[in-house]
Design a protein. Structure first.
Length: 170
């Protein structure tokens, strides 16, 4: 047991266990989306090392074998959904909710955008993240300094939506 634990820690890109968090919101066509509530004694949706506790917070706990195991797309897969640059599938209490690039949103074709607010020195900065499903949250246990994510399906440009988000969240 000790040998396998040491081996996992040496092989892991994090060189041992982590306990990272990032807050997130999901918005589809100006409506905030709540993911499915956890069930069972563990009070989580997802897997032991990648989950959510009905707190709109990504929890990464354990020793990841690779960085790919803790990407944002993998988080959605662990929840029973999907997140790619072209498709979002979210498990909700009403079932799976999906949004695909090009689907009509507020009367116009929409698209997925990932906005990230991260710590840069003493400031919190919002940006558009291009890697989307391959994004790995910042390695912090608390938010802030950990990331805040906005996963948005919108008919607006990234610049227009970012201005709106900054007006709401600073």
């Amino acid at each position: 047991l000790v040998g396998s634990t040491l081996y996992l820690n040496v092989k892991s890109p994090t060189h041992g266990p982590v306990h990272w968090h990032a807050d997130f919101e999901i918005e589809i066509c100006n409506s905030m989306i709540e993911i499915k509530d956890p069930e069972g004694i563990f009070n989580r949706i997802g897997e032991s090392d990648l989950h959510e506790h009905n707190d709109m917070r990504i929890h990464i706990e354990g020793t990841p074998a690779s960085l790919e195991d803790i990407e944002l797309g993998e988080f959605f897969r662990a929840l029973g959904g999907k997140f790619t640059p072209n498709r979002l599938v979210v498990p909700t209490e009403e079932g799976l909710l999906s949004a695909d690039n090009g689907q009509i949103c507020n009367g116009k074709p929409g698209r997925l955008i990932l906005f990230v607010q991260s710590q840069q020195g003493k400031e919190r900065i919002w940006r558009v993240e291009q890697e989307m499903d391959e994004y790995i949250i910042a390695p912090y246990g608390n938010v802030p300094p950990g990331d805040r994510l906005m996963i948005v399906y919108t008919d607006m440009t990234a610049e227009e939506k970012l201005a709106e988000i900054m007006g709401r969240h600073g």
